[in-house]
Design a protein around this ligand. Structure first.
Ligand code: ARG
Length: 586
């Protein structure tokens, strides 16, 4: 909240002192150490360096033009030219009061709303969703939620894999081995069984693989019978996906799978060839480096034995099939034409880094003007590991299915709730277990830096102490309960005036909520929000221990109740950004 106002005024002051200076890089950040005040900027030093002027002199000139007396104590020039800002208690009270009256929750809609496409989850059809899909689904959903909250126009698109080579084998299986009853009972399991059975046969008997290839070609050239079977497999898969998404509270504006782009694949390849971006190579067509930039940054080159050699991306295989790259180029082109986004975010695992580097680079060469109008971001993540440090598997070595994983989370949470709250009715226990169980799985996934691998641990994620969902959910119920017990009326007109150190620490942290939301969207890192909420819960606990709320009186009591109310709101809103629900009691 404060940092944007300070930033704005500081930029104006800089513009008066240094007419024509680029002020967008003049940023104010919460101070790393309270010793230096509440907010800080180091931007003047860079400006002074560029102009070869004395940084402390520049700082003094800027401070002379900076009018922030309504917000801060006199601005302090520190070290080689930092500015330190210390918020006045009255200004803090004012902002807390506005929030309490519902004017804002320490953030404002972005003054520059962007159109952002978020491509996430995107599982492949005819296979069960497994634990590997959870990261894309949860991360992508969280980014979409935060962007929306900040007033951006968000378009979520589930780019399901519905046109792969797996359909050749599946068609053979469907035609020769289908068990209708099993399909009725559990469609995805039956499709999986068909795929495995035919794949095993094909390993033994090359003619089965041939047959699968022929079925695929028939499908791709529009054979009505094959298309009908294919459409049925997609329908069944979507029902399965939808079940998981409903449970997770995840929604999509569009589910335009790979097959949607079929009509544009040929034209894309032709355009790439005409533009000299792709060329024939060993019967296929591929994109090669144009050698225009440093080899280190060129995704179409790779270093082998100290030499830079070609690392092309296929767009048309020698058998006439198109590739993942072709589809993604057509998809990118479609999205820009259709939605004119200023940003497209792809959430997938880290193994697809080269793929997206190639797609983005090829697109820049193909459509430089479109490419210049959009920020393309591959938001990638690491793996989920088991205790043994290897990819997380079931005891028998199978991939863990998402549905079963969520069931287990709820069951384990239910065991804890039954033990801690035997007084509650079964339905209430189950509801808490659902919210805590799903919340735990999500939070464990969002908390680590997304690029690192993490070890899946039931005990850790469900712990009531530590940086976990249950801990944050519990702190929420505590804050909300105090507000209820105190019969607090946020609209009563009573203000919040933090005085005690624990009150001030909590208040200063609350007002930075918006700042954290923005940084989540700038770097696509939900872990910033997790850590902010964890710290908030810590400040709240400290405050609650040091400052009696219900036992105090008059203005002090209502001020403290106000802090509890705002804590509950920020915790609730923050968790909701993470896709995590809360309950009234735990
Ligand atoms: N279906 C792909 C997979 O399971 C992810 C698709 C990601 N999105 C995209 N536009 N390539 O790995």
């Amino acid at each position: 909240m404060f940092h944007t106002i300070l930033e704005h005024r500081l930029q104006n002051a800089v513009a008066t002192v240094l007419p024509g200076a680029e002020t967008t890089s003049v940023l104010v950040r919460p101070a790393a150490d309270p010793k230096f005040g509440d907010y800080q900027t180091n931007a003047l030093m860079a400006l002074a360096r560029d102009r070869k002027i004395n940084p402390r002199q520049l700082a003094a000139d800027v401070v002379a033009r900076l009018d922030v007396a309504d917000l801060c104590h006199p601005v302090e020039i520190a070290g080689p030219g930092f500015l330190n800002f210390r918020i006045l208690p009255a200004a803090l009270s004012r902002v807390l009061g506005e929030a309490l009256r519902g004017n804002h929750l320490f953030f404002e809609p972005s003054p520059h709303p962007r159109t952002v496409v978020v491509d996430f989850s995107s599982p492949n059809v005819a296979k069960p969703m497994h634990v590997g899909h959870i990261r894309s689904t949860i991360l992508g959903d969280c980014l979409a939620r935060v962007l929306r909250l900040l007033g951006h126009r968000v378009i979520t698109d589930n780019h399901i894999g519905d046109w792969g080579t797996q359909f050749g084998l599946l068609l053979v299986g469907w035609k020769s081995l289908l068990d209708r009853e099993a399909l009725e009972r559990d469609a995805i399991a039956e499709l999986e069984r068909l795929y495995r059975a035919v794949n095993a046969r094909a390993d033994q008997d090359p003619s089965v693989r041939e047959e699968a290839r022929a079925e695929l070609v028939r499908l791709q050239s529009g054979d009505a019978a094959n298309l009908a079977i294919w459409a049925e497999m997609i329908r069944l898969s979507k029902v399965h996906f939808e079940g998981v998404y409903t449970r997770l509270g995840v929604t999509f504006d569009h589910t335009l799978g790979e097959s949607f782009y079929n009509p544009w694949l040929r034209p894309v390849v032709d355009a790439l060839v005409d533009g000299g971006i792709a060329r024939e190579s060993e019967g296929a067509i591929a994109i090669f480096s144009d050698r225009s930039g440093p080899p280190k940054e060129d995704p179409f080159l790779i270093q082998r034995d100290g030499e830079w050699t070609d690392n092309p991306a296929l767009v048309l295989k020698s058998d006439g099939g198109f590739n993942y790259t072709t589809t993604d180029l057509a998809t990118l082109d479609y999205r820009i034409r259709t939605w004119a986004p200023s940003e497209i975010v792809y959430v997938t695992d880290g193994r697809q880094q080269l793929h997206f580097q190639q797609v983005f680079a090829a697109f820049r060469r193909w459509k430089p003007r479109d490419a210049a109008s959009v920020r393309l971001a591959h938001v990638w993540f690491g793996s989920i590991l088991g205790d043994d440090g290897k990819p997380f598997k079931t005891r028998s070595g199978e991939t863990v299915k998402l549905g079963a994983l969520l069931d287990e989370a709820e069951e384990r949470a239910l065991a804890v709730v039954r033990e801690k709250r035997p007084d509650l009715a079964e339905a209430a226990q189950r509801e808490i277990a659902r919210v805590v169980g799903l919340g735990s799985v999500k939070y464990q996934d969002l908390l680590p830096n997304r690029q690192s691998d993490y070890v899946f641990s039931w005990d850790k994620m469900l712990a009531l102490q530590g940086n976990t969902a249950p801990y944050l959910q519990y702190q929420y119920t505590r804050a909300a309960k105090v507000v209820r017990d105190g019969d607090f009326e946020p609209a009563s007109g009573m203000g919040i005036s933090p005085v005690e150190p624990a009150e001030l620490a909590l208040a200063r942290h609350l007002v930075n909520f918006g700042n954290v939301l923005v940084s989540v969207t700038e770097e696509y890192r939900p872990n910033y929000l997790c850590n902010y909420l964890y710290e908030l819960a810590g400040y709240f606990s400290g405050f609650y221990e040091a400052c009696p709320v219900l036992k105090s009186e008059g203005a002090v009591r209502s001020s403290r109740l106000g802090l509890c109310e705002l804590t509950a709101r920020v915790l609730g809103q923050g968790l909701s950004c993470l896709g995590i629900e809360v309950t009234a009691q735990m």
